[in-house]
Design a protein around this ligand. Structure first.
Ligand SMILES: *Cc1c(COP(=O)(O)O)cnc(C)c1O
Length: 437
């Protein structure tokens, strides 16, 4: 299958090139030329399959022309060493728990799949020196670093803002060693992202080094996220509850919800999507006004969603480009909600008090949006619980007055020794560092 750029100013490329390059030459995002629709019999049969079986089916639909089936199935199996259960929280609302992977956030799925697929292409091409650059405000860095740990031929540079990620998050990518290099940048997350973007645009740097991105602009990271929408459907179908699904996605860069929209295009019966935001609400503004204006991000307690210019918005527009009225078509499929920190905290407290379920600040936005949307008779709500609450222990304990247990998986990271390189936020210094590393 070929991949085109959302900006449409470069020719189509192979999957291999889309994955190795990350971003298209015209700065657009890669999109698959086709989204194949699954037969309704196949959808009906999902309930009889395992998560692995479901994920293989979805993966084949995108990647089978480019990766041998046996290898692809193996990649999927390797990626999904954990489950994504749906757990009832209230009468007709379920939490889709995506946090049972190694770094306890949904990004493990895309991070691990991308690492394995890129590893496969590198072996095939005989490349041995690919550099993955990833800017992180916390969660992306850990999922990507853990996904790529020990993959031959690939080195990962994780850029993070000094003093601005939680200690638990920091230890998940600074203690790994091997092919993972943590760069502690004396600046903000935006500075980290700017360094990465400048690196991709710097001609002389790209002449010397093969650089790629592991943010959700990379198709290999965001497409596999469609697996768990199918898995959620299968689980609810087994309980006779999948008839009219409303799916709420806590959104930042909009990769996760875009993967859900892809699943729907493949024929997964989802009646409606909800994009739940924190104070960073440019998408909600778009739904209300039809105009999109990026902004600088503001800090919130749901910090993985502090994004003022969501990169996958370009993919959403592209999905609807054939509609007569693009804005109207998007509004028909997706609703938007926005929550201030105090509202997020209130949802967490109320839910804990009334149901005993501990929400993390991101999942809380998703759950509250389902409540505010107002499910009708016969509809089932699913919100994506994107991270394990203990990842945000200080915040969750403060709000709920709890002392939640840090799982062993996380404790293991916290015992490691921090290794990082401190760098300023000037591009020349960063470039020099990369060239001489
Ligand atoms: C990354 C992240 C999000 C936002 O996902 P996008 O795909 O960027 O919209 C939400 N919650 C958590 C915990 C995350 O790590």
């Amino acid at each position: 299958m070929k991949y085109y750029s959302t900006n449409g100013r470069v020719s189509v490329v192979s999957l291999e090139e889309a994955v190795v390059k990350g971003l298209a030459g015209d700065k657009g995002l890669f999109m698959p030329e086709q989204i194949k629709r699954l037969d309704s019999k196949v959808i009906d049969g999902l309930k009889d399959k395992s998560f692995h079986g479901i994920a293989c089916l979805v993966a084949r639909s995108f990647f089978s022309e480019d990766v041998e089936l046996e290898i692809l199935d193996e990649l999927v199996k390797d990626t999904l060493s954990f489950d994504t259960p749906v757990v009832p929280v209230s009468e007709n609302c379920f939490s889709l728990e995506l946090f049972h992977g190694p770094t306890l956030a949904f990004k493990d799925v895309g991070g691990r799949f991308m690492a394995r697929l890129l590893g496969y292409f590198i072996r095939k091409r005989g490349l041995n020196d690919v550099n993955v650059l990833v800017a992180t405000s916390g969660d992306t860095g850990s999922a990507v670093a853990n996904g790529f740990l020990g993959v031959p031929g690939i080195r990962v540079f994780v850029l993070y803002p000094k003093g601005k990620v939680s200690p638990i998050q920091e230890c998940q990518f600074t203690t790994l060693g091997q092919n993972i290099v943590a760069l502690e940048i004396d600046g903000t997350f935006d500075d980290c992202q700017a360094l990465v973007k400048n690196a991709f645009m710097d001609e002389s740097l790209n002449k010397h080094l093969t650089l790629t991105s592991a943010n959700s602009i990379n198709v290999a990271r965001f497409l596999p996220q469609s697996f768990y929408y199918f898995n959620a459907y299968a689980q609810l179908d087994r309980q006779g509850k999948a008839g009219e699904l409303v799916v709420s996605v806590p959104s930042g860069n909009f990769g996760n919800i875009t993967a859900g929209l892809f699943a729907a295009r493949m024929g997964l019966p989802v009646k409606h999507f909800i994009a739940a935001n924190n104070r960073n609400d440019v998408f909600l503004e778009y739904l209300k006004t039809g105009e999109y204006h990026s902004r600088s991000s503001v800090s919130t307690i749901a910090n993985a969603m502090d994004v003022g210019d969501p990169s996958n918005f370009a993919r959403i527009l592209d999905l609807y480009k054939k509609a007569g009225n693009v804005h109207q078509a998007i509004c028909n499929d997706i609703s938007g909600y926005r929550y201030m920190d105090e509202e997020i905290a209130e949802t967490m407290r109320k839910t804990y008090r009334e149901t005993g379920y501990v929400l993390d600040p991101h999942g809380a936005c998703g759950f509250q949006a389902l409540l505010d949307y107002g499910l009708k008779e016969g509809e089932t709500g699913v919100f994506l619980e994107t991270a394990y609450p203990a990842k945000f222990k200080e915040t969750v304990d403060r709000i709920l007055n709890t002392d939640i247990v840090i799982p062993l998986k996380l404790q293991a990271f916290m015992k490691g020794v921090k290794q990082s390189v401190e760098l300023g936020k000037d591009f020349q210094g960063f470039k020099q560092f990369l060239l001489t590393y």
